[in-house]
Write a protein that binds this ligand. Structure first.
Ligand SMILES: *Cc1c(COP(=O)(O)O)cnc(C)c1O
Length: 376
C-alpha cells in the first residue's frame, strides 16, 4: 500500500520553515508582551506593504475580519449584504454576526464566483421585502478573482460597498492588481491551510480608508481609542503576538509558495489534457490564480474520488453542501432570483486535488499519473 497523499498538509508548511518559525515564536514569547504589540504592528505594516497599498488591521480570524469591516461601515441591522452560497459558511456567518441580512446569489458555473449579472440585477431592482442592500461581499474562491469589472461598476452606480473576501486569494491578481486592493475593504483569513497560514487562528482586514481602519482598530478591542475608555461599542477580536510573529515568517515565503502551487497546477493541467477524461479548471483571463484549491468538476465525482483514494490520493470537497441548503440557513436566508441553481449543481460535482507548496515532485507525479489513468 502506497502512502496516502493528503489533500492539504499544514504540518508540512511548519516543518519546511521550522527554524525560522521557532525563532520567531521564541522572540514573541521572550518579549513579555502577548497581544497587540510590536509583532502585530510589524506584520500589519509588512502585509500592507506586500499588498502595495492600504492599511492592514490584524484580528482574530477571517470571519471576524469581514464582520469588523461591516461594523466599521455601520452596516448591520436594517441592511442587506449580498454574497454567494457557494463559499465557506464563514462569509455568511460574518454578515449575520454584524446583524445584517445575507442575500445569497448564484455563481458562474466555470469560475465558481458570483454571477455579476445577478448582482447587477438585484442592485438595480432589489427583491421586495428586504432591507436596502448596502454591501456586496464577493468571494475570490479557490484562489481566483471574481469577474470584478461589472461588479465594481454596479456597486459604484448604486452606492453599495464592494467588500472582497480574500480568505483564499492571498497574492492573486485581477488586471495586474492584487486582490484585496480593489474594493472598499478586504478580509483575509490566516487559518493554517490558507495560502498564508498561521499555526492557529488569525485574520486581517485591509482598506485604503485610514479613518475606517482606525475605527475598526478600536472596535476590535472593546471600542477603545484610549485604554479603558470605549469610544464606541466594540468586540474582542485581536491577533496575538505569537501568530503575528509566525505570519511575518510565512509572508516572506508566500510568493514562492504561490509559485509552487502554480507549478503543481500546470502539471495537473498537462496530465488531465493527456488523460482526456476531465477538463482542467477554467482560468479567468487577465487574472493570476494562486490555487488555494485545484478543483475538478465531474458528474462522476463519487467514482473518481474512490478511484483516487485507491491510488493513495486524498481529495476534498469545497463545499459539499451550499450554505442555502444547510440546516442553519435553509428556508430562512433569502436567495437571489436565480435561486442558486448553479450553486447546487456545482456542490454535487466539485472535487479538490492535493494542493500545498511542500508537495514533493514525486507526490505531484503520482497525482499526475493517476489523472492520466482516469481516462481508462
Ligand atoms: C477560511 C475562509 C473564511 C474564514 O476564515 P476563518 O479564519 O476560518 O474565520 C472566510 N471566507 C472564506 C472564503 C474562507 O475560505
Amino acid at each position: 500500500m502506497t502512502e496516502m497523499i493528503p489533500q492539504a498538509d499544514p504540518g508540512a508548511g511548519y516543518r519546511a520553515q521550522k527554524a525560522e518559525i521557532d525563532a520567531a515564536v521564541a522572540r514573541a514569547l521572550s518579549s513579555g508582551w502577548y497581544i497587540l504589540g510590536k509583532e502585530g504592528e510589524a506584520f500589519e505594516r509588512e502585509f500592507a506593504a506586500w499588498l502595495g497599498q492600504g492599511r492592514a488591521v490584524g484580528c482574530a480570524n477571517g470571519t471576524d475580519a469581514l464582520a469588523l469591516i461591516l461594523r466599521g461601515l455601520g452596516i448591520g441591522e436594517g441592511s442587506t449584504v449580498a454574497t454567494v452560497s457557494h463559499t465557506a459558511v464563514a462569509t455568511v456567518a460574518a454578515i449575520e454576526m454584524a446583524g445584517a441580512m445575507p442575500l445569497l446569489l448564484d455563481i458562474e458555473p466555470d469560475h465558481y464566483t458570483m454571477d455579476p449579472d445577478e448582482l447587477t440585477a438585484v442592485l438595480e431592482d432589489p427583491p421586495p421585502g428586504l432591507p436596502p442592500i448596502r454591501a456586496a461581499i464577493v468571494v475570490h474562491l479557490y484562489g481566483q478573482a471574481c469577474d470584478l469589472g461589472p461588479m465594481l461598476a454596479a456597486c459604484e452606480r448604486n452606492g453599495v460597498a464592494l467588500i472582497e473576501d480574500c480568505a483564499q486569494a492571498h497574492g492573486a491578481t485581477w488586471q495586474g492588481r492584487k486582490l484585496g486592493t480593489l474594493g472598499r475593504a478586504a478580509g483575509f483569513s490566516f487559518y493554517p491551510t490558507k495560502n498564508l497560514g498561521a499555526l492557529g487562528d488569525g485574520g486581517a482586514l485591509v482598506t485604503e480608508d485610514w479613518e475606517l481602519a482606525e475605527r475598526i482598530a478600536a472596535i476590535r478591542q472593546y471600542g477603545w481609542q484610549e485604554r479603558y475608555v470605549s469610544a464606541m461599542v466594540g468586540v474582542n477580536s485581536r491577533l496575538d503576538e505569537v501568530q503575528a510573529a509566525i505570519l511575518r515568517v510565512r509572508l516572506a515565503h508566500l510568493d514562492a509558495g504561490n509559485a509552487r502551487r502554480r507549478e503543481i497546477a500546470a502539471a495537473y493541467d498537462a496530465a488531465l489534457a493527456e488523460g482526456g477524461a476531465i477538463a482542467a479548471p477554467a482560468r479567468r483571463e487577465g487574472c493570476e490564480h494562486v490555487f488555494h484549491q485545484y478543483v475538478l468538476r465531474t458528474p462522476e465525482r463519487a467514482a473518481v474520488q474512490a478511484r483516487l483514494r485507491e491510488l493513495g490520493i486524498g481529495t476534498g470537497i469545497h463545499y459539499p453542501v451550499p450554505v442555502h441548503l444547510q440546516p442553519a440557513y435553509k428556508d430562512r436566508v433569502p436567495l437571489g432570483p436565480a435561486g442558486c441553481a448553479e450553486t447546487a449543481r456545482a456542490a454535487q460535482e466539485v472535487l479538490s486535488l492535493p494542493m500545498f507548496p511542500e508537495m514533493t515532485d514525486a507526490q505531484v507525479e503520482r497525482v499526475c499519473d493517476a489523472l492520466r489513468r482516469l481516462a481508462g
